[in-house]
Design a protein around this ligand. Structure first.
Ligand code: HEM
Length: 219
C-alpha cells in the first residue's frame, strides 16, 4: 500500500481504535445475552439486561454499526470519488445512530437504575441520547439542501458524541490502572471528561482550516 492510500485510511483506523473498547464490550454483551441461561444470573445489574434484552441488543448492535460506518465517512476519496457509496453508508449510519441513541435513552428511562448509577450521568445520557438523532436529522436536511459545510458539521457533532464512549472507556481504563482498582467517583469523572473531549474535538475539527487553506494563507 502506498503512503497516500495508507494516509487515506488513517482517520477511520484511529476512530475504530478509539472505539475498540466499547465495541468489544458490545460484542461481549451480545455473546452473554445469547449464551447465558438467565436462571443462572444472580447479579441484579446483569439481570436487567435479561429482563429487557431487546433494548440493550438494539443499542449495542447499532452503536457498533454507527461507530464503524461513520468512521468511513471521514475518508475524503470515498466522499468525493464515490458519492453514491458515501450516501449509502451515510443512510446506514444515520439509521444506526438514531436507533442506538434512542434505545440508550429508553434504557435510562425504563431499566431499574444500576447499583452504581449517578443520576446526573443519567440525565446527561438522556440529553445526549436525544441530541444525537436531532443532529443526524439536521445533518440529513442540510445534505438534501446541498448545504455541505453545515451537513458535515452536524454529522461530525453526532459522531463525536458517540465516539466519546471510546474516550470514556480508555480514560476509565487508564484511571483505574493508576488508581489500582475501580472507583465510582473516578469513573464518573472520566465519563464527564470523555464527553467534554468529544464535544471540544468536534468543534475543533469543524472549525479548523483545511491544510491547503492554511498553507495558502501563510504564503
Ligand atoms: C449518548 C449515547 C449513549 C447513551 C444514551 C447510552 C446509554 C446506555 C445505557 C442507559 C446503558 C445501560 C447502562 C446500565 O444501566 O447498565 C448502556 C449500556 C451499554 N452501552 Fe451505551 N449509550 C450510549 C452510547 C454508547 C456507544 C456509542 C456505545 C458503543 C458501542 C455503547 C455501548 C454500550 C454497551 C456495550 C453497554 C452495555 C454495558 C454492559 O455490558 O454493562 N453505548 N448504554
Amino acid at each position: 500500500m502506498s503512503n497516500v492510500s495508507r494516509r487515506r485510511w488513517r482517520v477511520p483506523a484511529w476512530l475504530i481504535f478509539l472505539g475498540i473498547l466499547p465495541i468489544a464490550a458490545s460484542l461481549y454483551r451480545i455473546a452473554v445475552l445469547i449464551g447465558t441461561d438467565p436462571a443462572t444470573v444472580t447479579n441484579t445489574d446483569e439481570l436487567r439486561f435479561f429482563a429487557q434484552p431487546v433494548s440493550i441488543a438494539l443499542h449495542v448492535i447499532f452503536a457498533v454499526a454507527f461507530l464503524v460506518l461513520g468512521a468511513f465517512q471521514f475518508v475524503p476519496h470515498l466522499r468525493i470519488g464515490t458519492p453514491s457509496l458515501h450516501r449509502l453508508i451515510g443512510y446506514g449510519a444515520a439509521v444506526s445512530g438514531i436507533i442506538f441513541a434512542l434505545s440508550g435513552v429508553y434504557m435510562v428511562v425504563t431499566y431499574p437504575p444500576h447499583s452504581l448509577a449517578n443520576p446526573y450521568i443519567d440525565i446527561a445520557r438522556i440529553i445526549l441520547g436525544l441530541a444525537i438523532p436531532v443532529m443526524i436529522a439536521l445533518g440529513i436536511i442540510r445534505a438534501i439542501r446541498r448545504e455541505f459545510p453545515a451537513h458535515r458539521a452536524w454529522m461530525i457533532r453526532a459522531y463525536a458524541l458517540a465516539a466519546s464512549s471510546g474516550a470514556q472507556s480508555w480514560l476509565i481504563a487508564v484511571a483505574m490502572l493508576i488508581n489500582g482498582g475501580f472507583d465510582a467517583t473516578l469513573a464518573d469523572t472520566m465519563m464527564w471528561l470523555g464527553w467534554a473531549i468529544g464535544i471540544l474535538a468536534a468543534e475543533w475539527v469543524i472549525h479548523r482550516q483545511p491544510r491547503q487553506h492554511r498553507a495558502r494563507s501563510v504564503s
